[in-house]
Ligand binder design. Structure first.
Ligand code: MRU
Length: 341
């Protein structure tokens, strides 16, 4: 955020156009999250925190209580934009709790909220780099790596989660080849991940989602790396729709399946993945491609944006605090609570 303006890359326009959208108020920012101008769990979290910073700047409140009320109203609007990525709730709660705990008035509280949003964004840079280091160590020279959706720089504040690991392995000189699922219906793989990998000069092949099993059976894929929008306390992983199917086919073919996420994506309040709210998006995402109808008018459509991969299919979770192996319930508790105390 610079001078009360939050600038976002309009991810809906990529790879054809690199356009910047300016958000000057939190409602515009909330709409940008909802319509996926900005997307990807950590990026959504950082953006929401800046939404509160915009709300703090715009508020005419002079007292602490009035400003807190304005912030809570803004948080309610921001929170309602997308339900699955827990980084959104995490970032809003972090800023709100910081503000509630501070014994400051008016301008002091405003500054605190803006600084906390900035800190969330800055911390994500370090977090991304740590995950990239841990994840890259799991990738061997000569590996074919399958990824799904976009878990790269566009989805975070720095190099990304799953894609950050892949790009780091390439940067370390490992000769890898990435298989990128196109990721219907929003095509984040085709539009965003392919673009990011090509920008970084990483050898890759774009494939239709349905082709992943074919390449696994052919022996072209040695590892799967995906991001996550929410991890339950037992290690179940919610990620872009289609992830579950990849994990099951990977297991069938004896291929390790890694999910990469910052600890802000881990929701220890949910005992298992069945409790993760799954966003249902507009039917038009399925019935139309780039505005062109591809299905009969009036057809019945289901469009869940995410699915849950049961932890039994997951080889390990890669976080900024290290690689977490099964038993996940035990080991997640350790990295989330014990090691930070
Ligand atoms: O609907 P999206 O594009 O926001 O979904 C994004 C994903 O599913 C990503 O894999 C996830 O947010 C991790 S991104 C670092």
């Amino acid at each position: 955020m610079i001078d009360g303006v939050v600038k976002l890359i309009d991810q809906r326009q990529l790879p054809h156009r690199l356009e910047i959208v300016e958000c000057r108020d939190y409602r515009t920012l909330a709409e940008a999250i909802r319509d996926m101008t900005i997307r990807g769990a950590p990026a959504i979290g950082a953006a929401a925190a800046f939404g509160l910073a915009l709300a703090a700047r715009a508020s005419h409140a002079t007292t602490r209580d009035d400003l807190l009320r304005d912030l809570e109203a803004a948080a309610t609007i921001l929170r309602a934009t997308r339900p699955t990525a827990v980084n959104l709730m995490w970032a809003l709660d972090r800023v709100l709790n910081k503000a509630r705990a501070a014994n400051l008035d008016g301008d002091g509280l405003r500054e605190l909220v803006i600084a906390e949003a900035q800190r969330i964004a800055e911390e994500d840079v370090e977090t991304n780099r740590a995950m990239a280091r841990y994840g890259a160590a799991l990738i061997d020279d000569g590996d074919g790596v399958l990824t799904h959706c976009n878990a790269g720089a566009l989805a975070t504040v720095d190099v990304g989660t799953a894609l950050g690991c892949i790009i780091e392995a390439h940067r370390q000189g490992k000769r890898i080849h990435v298989f990128v699922d196109e990721t219907r219906p929003r095509l984040q793989g085709a539009r965003l991940t392919a673009w990011e990998l090509m920008q970084n000069g990483v050898p890759m092949t774009l494939i239709a989602d349905n082709a992943a099993g074919f390449y696994m059976r052919k022996g072209k894929i040695q590892k799967c790396f995906v991001g996550s929008d929410r991890v339950a306390a037992n290690g179940d992983v919610a990620n872009k729709i289609g992830t579950y199917k990849i994990a099951v086919v990977a297991r069938e073919n004896g291929i390790p399946f890694y999910a990469v996420m910052p600890t802000s994506t881990i929701d220890m309040t949910l005992p298992n993945g069945d409790l993760i709210p799954i966003e249902e998006r507009d039917a038009r995402e399925v019935t139309h491609i780039e505005g062109v109808p591809i299905a009969p008018e009036g057809v019945n459509v289901g469009n869940p944006a995410f699915d849950v991969t049961p932890h039994k299919y997951i080889t390990a979770l890669v976080t900024e605090r290290g690689v977490v192996y099964p038993p996940f319930a035990e080991n997640l508790t350790r990295i989330m609570f014990e090691e930070t105390q």
